[in-house]
Design a protein around this ligand. Structure first.
Ligand code: UDX
Length: 436
């Protein structure tokens, strides 16, 4: 008999997982405490932007295999329960807030049937899975718990779920592994590497991977700082070192650094957990990774001030990009919005444009000005800041934009625009980490 699945938490991770598991042929119920989100998903509408997921969701709703509800009792029918709730940074420190993970496990416990498996996918501090497993042994001894971290990138969520570059399962026994093998059989059949680990290792794999990625980005941004001081070009440097296969060229894009709902909070939560474990020295370097990352944002503000004026009150700045990366409407810890808000706090008139992120940005920063069209954002601007590398910005015509602005001054915070094109149209261009 085919397994039935439940997915607890239908945000970015859960909605993707639910739709993808349905597309593999499983009957899936998604549960979320937010009735608005559930109503949208139930009508086949995605509450956020993610390429490809909107059509997948609509298609899967039509099959009748996929449903959404706010009622936790709906898990009673399912055999495997994926916990996909958020673990944001706590309000009062660096650690992850585990409220939603704990409350969702507690909420499903009374309904778990014999032999069911709870599978955590949320990113949690190491040790959480063992604690939850012990808790379940008391409240629902007929069930078991495993951990199966997700590695999906926004913008590639469907691809990363259905054709991941590896599957990692933290299990305490063979039975839990067998159940997960049954769930992921179609993915395993594609030749996807399968890694069985114990619970703490599975939790650590996720934060280790994100720490490594964050380190790569901050490494290249540190090199960008040195290039600016020494008269070098970080893009050439990145290309040159990237040819060494031991280094690799990916995640060496210098600019205003990383943001989003994962990398910043994961490295902070990892440091906080290491301190609890008495291993804080081992992760001391992550503090520097965080500092380099935040410094990249400050450097943009310094360049604006150095070029325009220390006093920005008379200047209008157009910010192109609000989301933390292109092909997403996610503005969580977005470097672009952070820079926009800091410039506004410094007295500048700031207008922000983004192809998908204006509404979520407005919710977080209601006092910033927003423009639906690039031409409206740049009108009369003294500087244009390119802060999220949407394709649409690479297609701008610098001559046309040049006729709308007050000063032809561009800062490329992502090293993604063709600066010669802009220079040839009469623009002063500052690209982070490049001095010529
Ligand atoms: C990340 C991990 O990649 C993913 O495996 C994990 O599951 C969740 O966290 P995501 O948050 O979608 O995914 O974003 P990612 O593509 O990793 O980019 C993170 C940030 O780093 C973005 O702000 C991006 O602009 C920035 N970045 C990325 C750089 O500044 N330079 C680079 O070279 C790469």
């Amino acid at each position: 008999m085919t397994l039935k699945l439940s997915v607890i938490g239908c945000g970015y991770l859960g909605a993707t997982h639910a739709a993808c598991m349905s597309s593999l042929g499983f009957e899936v119920v998604g549960i979320d405490t937010d009735p608005e989100k559930v109503a949208l998903l139930s009508s086949g509408v995605l509450p956020f932007y993610e390429p490809g997921l909107d059509t997948l969701l609509a298609d899967e709703m039509k099959t009748g295999r996929l449903s959404f509800t706010t009622d936790f009792a709906a898990v009673a029918d399912a055999d495997v329960h994926f916990i996909c709730v958020g673990t944001p940074q706590s309000k009062d420190g660096l650690a992850a807030d585990l409220t939603y993970v704990k409350s969702s496990v507690a909420a499903i416990a009374p309904y778990l049937k014999d032999g069911s498996l709870v599978v955590g996918k949320s990113t949690v501090p190491v040790g959480t899975a063992e604690a939850l497993r012990a808790q379940l042994a008391e409240s629902a001894p007929q069930s078991d718990l495993a951990w199966n971290p997700e590695f999906l990138r926004e913008g590639f969520a469907v691809e990363d779920t259905l054709t991941p570059n590896r599957l990692v399962v933290g299990v305490a026994n063979d039975r839990a592994e067998d159940i997960l093998k049954e769930v992921y059989q179609p993915v395993i059949a594609l030749g996807t590497p399968w890694i069985r680990a114990d619970l703490p290792t599975a939790e650590l794999v996720k934060v280790a991977a994100n720490s490594f990625l964050a380190t790569k980005i901050s490494f290249i941004n540190a090199m960008a700082e040195v290039c600016e001081a020494a008269g070098g070009d970080v893009t050439v440097l990145a290309k040159a070192i990237g040819y060494d296969p031991r280094i690799g060229s990916r995640f060496l894009q210098a600019g205003i650094g990383f943001g989003g709902g994962c990398l910043p909070k994961d490295i902070r939560a990892f440091m906080a957990r290491a301190q609890e474990l008495g291993a804080d020295q081992a992760l001391e370097f992550l503090r520097e990774i965080d500092n380099i990352n935040l410094r990249a944002r400050q450097r943009v503000i310094d360049v604006v001030r150095a070029d325009l004026s220390e006093d920005l009150t008379q200047y209008k700045i157009a910010v192109l990009g609000a989301t933390f990366k292109p092909d997403s409407d996610d503005v969580r810890d977005s470097p672009a919005l952070d820079i926009a808000a800091q410039l506004q706090a410094a007295g500048a008139q700031v207008v922000v444009h983004d192809p998908k992120g204006i509404e979520p940005a407005r919710k977080r920063f209601p006092n910033l000005d927003y423009a639906e069209k690039v031409v409206d954002a740049v009108k009369g601007a003294d500087a244009i800041l390119h802060l999220t590398e949407w394709k649409e910005y690479r297609e701008l015509d610098p001559s046309v934009i040049g006729q709308l602005v007050k000063q032809k001054f561009l800062i490329d915070g992502r090293n993604a625009l063709d600066r010669n094109l802009w220079r040839n149209a009469g623009w002063r261009v500052h690209a982070l980490g490049r001095t010529d």
